[in-house]
Structures are given as C-alpha cells and as structure tokens.
Design a protein around this ligand. Structure first.
Ligand code: AP5
Ligand code: MG
Length: 217
C-alpha cells in the first residue's frame, strides 16, 4: 500500500512529479493547493475564506485545511492508497494526520521530500504556466508545452497563478522555512522520511522516486 506525502518548497516540482506518480501507480492525487484553487474558482464559502490568504502567499488556517483533507481521505478511492501533495505543511497538520490515518486504516507510510535551491525556485515560479482545468504545470523555458500556451494533457488555455509573483513567493518561501521545514525532523523521527534532490532533471527524478515506490509497495 502506498500512502504517500509529497513535500518540498514552493516550485520544487511537487505537482509535476505528482501527476506522473498518480498515473503510474494509480493513486488519487490530493493537492490541497488545487482543492483551494478549485474552491476559489467555484466561489464556495471555503474559497471565499481562502482567496486573499492564498494570493498573498500565506497558509490557510490549520482547522480549515485539516477538515478538508479529512473529508477527502475518507472517500472510497483512498482505500488502496493516496498521494498527498502539499499537506501537511505545519506540525499541527502533521499531528492531526498522525491521529487520523491509523484511525481510518489509512496511515501514511512514506514521505518524499524534494528540495531545490531558493534561486532556482524563483525562476521556476516566475516561468510557470498552469492548466486551470487539470492542474498540470509547464514552464516557459524548462518544460514547454507542445503548443505555446496550451495544456498537453487536456487542451485548455494555460494561465499564470495569482500567487506566482515575487512578493507572494517571498512570503510562501518564508512560511515554508518557518512552518513546513520542521516536518523533516518530525518524519525522520517517524522513520518515514526520504529526501530527493530536485535538481537532477524531471525524468531522472521520477525514475529515482519510482524506484523507492516500487520497493515500498
Ligand atoms: P500549493 O499549490 O501547494 O503551492 P506550493 O506549495 O507553493 O507549491 P507549488 O504548487 O507552487 O509548486 P510545486 O512544487 O507543485 O511545483 P510545480 O510542479 O508546479 O499551495 C498554494 C497555496 O495554497 C499555499 O501558498 C497556501 O496558501 C495554500 N495551501 C495549500 N496547502 C496548504 C496547507 N496544507 N496548509 C495551509 N495552506 C495551504 O513546478 C514549478 C515549476 O517548475 C513549473 O513551471 C514546472 O514546469 C517546473 N519544474 C517542475 N519540475 C522541474 C524540474 N525537475 N526541472 C525544471 N523545472 C521543473
Ligand atoms: Mg503544486
């Protein structure tokens, strides 16, 4: 069983590798960022609460985020594994997941952390274009879509995320170091932690992560 957490700083490539992992290992992709963006575009009460927070680069409050993930993990499609992308990203979220997972028979058994130096993160974020429909990420230099401005996976017109600007990125990175990086020690202590260098290139990175997942299945 693969119950995976994918972590890493903003722009490290979590979403990019997540799409490949869920296709190859047939897992549901649970991206809290995508879920919040969907709620914002639908104008739901959660979306209205989260919009300004996300656009400024801040973290959505733990209570809201934990509830969202709890509901999602209880769904039937998570019974035979799942990939969490961008959750948990605070110690209280990790503690909540540690209590929830075993209680519903779906404990986390693998943490994949992808790191990239700060200056590279900024250039990945600045050049990123995303698909508003299927969530796929592209880059104007590093990972160009086959047709300019068009999603390879579903054909929608690509956009730039509202939080992909220098000011919001700075806040996101500060929040990452302050709130999310402490999870490294948390998951090392749990014996679940695996580190990967996100600078090896997206094909090599997927191969390395896939090897671990196949061994852990
Ligand atoms: P979220 O959507 O999770 O954003 P993030 O963590 O800032 O991460 P990103 O999605 O920006 O980056 P990524 O690692 O997925 O990179 P990608 O693959 O796209 O969260 C957004 C917001 O929602 C948060 O700021 C917060 O407000 C809120 N939120 C979400 N979860 C929360 C939680 N748990 N608690 C509280 N609040 C929460 O790649 C980036 C670029 O690099 C792309 O252009 C891509 O083409 C390129 N690229 C990818 N891989 C490579 C590679 N190997 N080599 C070269 N280029 C590459
Ligand atoms: Mg992402």
């Amino acid at each position: 069983m693969l119950n995976i957490i994918l972590m890493g700083p903003p722009g490290a490539g979590k979403g990019t590798i997540a799409k490949k992992i869920v296709d190859a290992f047939e897992l549901p992709h649970i991206s809290t960022g995508d879920m919040f963006r969907e709620a914002i575009s639908q104008g739901t009460p959660l979306g209205l609460q989260a919009k300004a927070i996300i656009e400024a680069g801040n973290l959505v409050p733990d209570e809201l985020t934990i509830e969202l993930v709890k509901e999602r993990l209880l769904k039937d499609d998570c019974a035979s594994g799942y990939l969490l992308d961008g959750f948990p990203r605070t110690i209280p979220q990790a503690e909540a997941l540690k209590a929830l997972g075993p209680s519903i028979g779906r404990p986390v058994n693998l943490v994949v952390d992808i790191t990239v130096p700060d200056e590279e993160l900024l250039s990945r974020i600045a050049g990123r274009r995303v698909c508003p429909k299927c969530g796929a990420s592209f880059h104007v230099v590093n990972m160009k879509p086959r047709l300019d401005g068009i999603c390879d996976r579903c054909g929608s017109t690509l956009i730039q995320r509202k939080d992909d600007n220098a000011d919001s990125f700075k806040v996101r990175l500060e929040n990452y170091y302050k709130s999310t990086q402490p999870l490294v020690d948390f998951y090392k202590a749990e014996g679940l932690y695996h580190h990967f260098d996100g600078m090896v290139g997206h094909i090599a990175l997927f191969e390395e992560v896939s090897k671990l997942l196949k061994e852990s299945k």
